[in-house]
Design a protein around this ligand. Structure first.
Ligand code: FAD
Length: 155
């Protein structure tokens, strides 16, 4: 510990996804005089517990935009840092059982399409064609997100 820095331009406290992402983005901008302090081990907090779902869906413009950015980042991250990561882009179908929920999906699709995401509305028959085990009798429709996926959060 003798050579542990006692001053730094930036000190980040906490090595969860937010802390390491902050360090990663500072480093990409060329900020090298940065220290990350983690009291346990990297990702030991909420990040370790996360299921690792990586949707783009949100009803908030800002959250959707951050998720859109993250999905793009994860696609190239393993190669960029030369470390294997379990990241799968599976796509997802969200189900709507009411007209109001379909309206919410239409709004999210509009935001997503404007941000460059390929969200699209589906009829119950469209959804069943994609996932034949689906019960559609009480469905109003669905929202398809081709970019949805999952990642191992500790990686
Ligand atoms: C069960 C569960 C499932 C989830 N599933 C998902 C999901 O599927 N998809 C999704 O996007 N999100 C999911 N989340 C949410 C996601 O896990 C959190 O939003 C995210 O991990 C928060 O990251 P963080 O870096 O802010 O916090 P944390 O990961 O908790 O990191 C904080 C870090 O700070 C350290 N620390 C605290 N105090 C100090 C100190 N004084 N000095 C040094 N270090 C300190 C801790 O040890 C910890 O490592 C889930 C959360 C839970 C609990």
């Amino acid at each position: 510990m003798a050579d542990f820095p006692t001053t730094a331009r930036v000190v980040i406290i906490g090595g969860g996804v937010v802390g390491v992402s902050t360090l990663y983005h500072l480093a990409k901008k060329g900020w090298t005089d940065c220290v990350l302090l983690e009291k346990n081990e990297l990702t030991a907090g909420s990040t370790w517990h996360a299921a690792g779902n990586c949707p783009s869906f949100s009803t908030s413009w800002a959250v959707m935009n951050m998720q859109r950015y993250s999905l793009g980042l994860y696609k190239g991250l393993a190669e960029e840092v030369d470390y294997p990561m379990n990241y799968h882009v599976t796509g997802s179908i969200r189900l709507a059982h009411s007209k109001e929920r379909m309206q919410e999906f239409a709004r999210a699709m509009g935001m997503g399409n404007y941000q460059g995401l390929n969200l699209r509305l589906m009829t119950p028959d469209d959804a069943k064609e994609m996932y034949p085990f689906l019960e559609t009798h009480d469905l109003e429709g669905a929202l398809y997100d081709p970019d949805d996926g999952d990642i191992d959060p500790a990686q």
